[in-house]
Design a protein around this ligand. Structure first.
Ligand code: GCU
Length: 597
């Protein structure tokens, strides 16, 4: 295949994409819809026949011209389309198992405006993605679950424009996450894409939160790009009749600190969100923010200074009913609606950052959130480039979602092997998270070990955490459900504990004896024996059984039962509630499990 590269090989690579806080709260030109697509398993569009990555190779959307001295062996206009946002696996049967590169192309019209910078906002693209506008490479990104913004100001022109993307969900050892996950590797442009028009100098990141130490004080900062020396940032909360402004410092940041009167603190009981306007020069963001404090005191978790117990459930971003990667307000409403029906005041969004629509819904509904960076199972913890990838994803997650009152926990990892290299890797991530955001709690889901009838939680990583997450599967992967009755716990940390996973599988509608695996009765029996056991853990401050809804996984292959689905859901992917759903609902509604203090 002859490839045409328009940009000279020595051209400077495009600037790295940037993080923009609350990008979904800004006016935007949507590029969602049908995008032409070309499946390119050998990545011919990017690599030469000698597998040399073309500095800027790509398909040019170039129509073959009479007299061309080379064949054009592709044509987006004659190629099938894929919906954006959306994973490709559930859009086309032939792509169900596909892992590799796919090219996307989308035409749009645009009129450039004076003194205006334009960014291509990508909600998420799994896993490694490359973007060109009108033949000019505008960015490259690695990581499938965080949003990023590519400057396209120079690439755009009056009238007809086109954007080309290559998205590759191939798994590699040095990816984050890496080769093995217990969820489907949905590929594609899985969240919304739009154009953001911003002034020359704009507010790219901001943080506003309630002070933990001074009553009724809101503090934080706003960062301005291209700030002029006398720039200031103003914040307004009309409902509280609160206004404040601050000068921007040499680092582009304006530090904010102001008192408010009559503030209703955000909580599950009162999920109060305030309209907040953050403005500087030509730029302004109209946010919706709830104000609350979260901290620990010994083994207690304090929400707004009061002990709280987290009655929760884990959720994967699997779309209810249609399956595939969840991304819409409707997906969020259905999933969180079921969690609310269960009696949950908290959800663990596993194992990667979920769509902003999910976090906005949690803010509105008053559901506390455990948010997680996809450091899952065994990464190459001794590889510094892998660390940089994990750190970048963490920075993108926190940078994008830092103003959600719902998020109380940043989770650094899930079920990673207990060895010093791993521990150092995640301790560094935790330190970075604290640097970025000192207002939330840091956690991780740890593996446990067994000594006789005692479960021991002594993973040294626990020292770096504020809250200890524990995953255990008594009654499913080990022992009988009844063994929970005689299980003791030794937890080597005087810190709040969340049992971040427990449970077992059942095929909805499959009934039988409680000792018959895969039946609803077996799963319900696990829950009946788990709940009293959990109550015996003195510093238990929360629980999130695995999992709210059945979800697709390449590891679940039992015909007629799993059929590519992990069946540990309390609800099937088609909305059938299993017996265990009602066991847990009763425990939550009647407060049978968990003590806040
Ligand atoms: C693990 C893991 C999950 C997985 C679950 C299971 O604990 O964290 O991602 O799906 O167990 O085995 O079902």
């Amino acid at each position: 295949m002859v490839l045409l590269s328009v940009t000279p090989l020595w051209a400077a690579p495009p600037p790295a994409p940037i993080v923009i806080t609350g990008a979904d709260r800004r006016p935007a030109i949507s590029l969602n819809g049908d995008w032409a697509s070309i499946v390119d398993p050998y990545f011919n569009g990017l690599y030469s026949i000698h597998h040399v990555k073309m500095a800027d190779g790509f398909f040019l959307n170039r129509k073959a011209q009479p007299g061309d001295l080379f064949p054009t062996e592709y044509d987006f206009s004659k190629s099938p389309s894929l919906k954006v946002p959306g994973d490709w696996n559930t859009q086309r049967e032939s792509l169900f198992f596909y892992e590799g590169p796919i090219w996307y192309e989308h035409n749009f019209t645009y009129t450039p405006k004076k003194n205006t910078r334009v960014f291509l906002h990508v909600g998420a693209a799994n896993y490694h993605s490359f973007f060109w506008v009108n033949g000019k490479k505008v960015c490259e990104h690695e990581g499938g679950y965080t949003s990023f913004n590519c400057e396209v100001t120079e690439a755009l022109h009056e009238g007809a424009n086109f954007v080309v993307a290559a998205v590759d969900n191939s798994r590699h050892e040095d990816n984050v996450p890496t080769m093995q996950t217990d969820w489907w590797n949905y590929g594609g442009i899985t969240r919304s894409v739009s154009l953001l028009e911003l002034p020359e100098s704009f507010i790219d990141q901001y943080d506003l939160h309630l002070s933990r130490t001074e009553d009724s004080v809101i503090e934080g900062w706003a960062h301005l790009t291209n700030a002029t020396p006398d720039a200031t940032v103003a914040v307004e909360i009309p409902e509280l009749n609160a206004r404040a402004s601050a000068k921007v410092g040499a680092d582009g940041r304006a530090l904010l600190h102001f008192s408010v009167k009559g503030l209703t603190r955000w909580s599950p009981e009162t999920p109060k969100l305030y309209k907040v306007r953050i403005a500087s020069g030509e730029d302004a963001v109209n946010e919706l923010i709830g104000f609350r404090t979260i901290e620990t005191r010994g083994t207690e978790i304090l929400l707004n200074g009061k002990p709280v117990f987290l009655h929760g459930v884990c959720i994967h971003a699997e779309a209810p009913y249609r399956t595939g990667r969840a991304y819409s307000d409707q997906d969020a409403a259905t999933l969180l609606g079921w969690a609310r029906e269960l009696g949950a005041n908290y959800v663990r969004l596993a194992h990667y950052p979920h769509d902003e629509s999910m976090l906005r819904a949690a803010d509105r509904m008053g559901i506390l959130v455990w948010a997680e960076n996809p450091v899952y199972w065994a990464l190459e913890f001794d590889n510094s480039q892998v660390y940089d990838k994990a750190r970048l994803q963490l920075e993108e997650e926190i940078g994008t979602s830092r103003n959600h009152a719902a998020i109380i926990l940043w989770s650094m990892a899930n079920e990673t092997p207990n060895n010093p290299t791993r521990t150092q890797f995640i301790e560094n991530l935790a330190a970075r998270a604290r640097e970025l955001d000192a207002t939330r709690l840091i956690t991780a889901a740890l593996l446990i070990r067994t000594e006789g009838k005692t479960k021991v939680v002594d993973d040294p990583l626990g020292k770096a955490l504020d809250v200890i997450g524990i995953n255990e599967y008594i009654g499913w992967y080990e022992q009988h459900p009844e063994d929970a009755d005689t299980t003791n716990w030794r937890i080597d940390f005087q810190k709040p504990v969340i049992v971040s996973e427990f449970g077992g599988s059942a095929k909805a509608g499959l009934h039988g004896d409680k000792n018959q695996r895969w039946t609803e009765e077996f799963q319900a029996n696990i829950y009946r024996h788990q709940l009293p056991m959990l109550n015996r853990i003195p510093q238990l401050r929360g629980m999130s059984p695995w999992v709210l809804m059945d979800f697709r996984s390449p590891n679940r292959l039992l015909p007629g039962v799993q059929d590519d689905f992990n069946r540990k859901g309390l609800i099937s992917e088609t909305g059938e509630k299993k017996a265990a759903f009602f066991v847990l609902q009763q425990a939550y509604k009647e407060n049978l499990v968990g003590k806040a203090e």
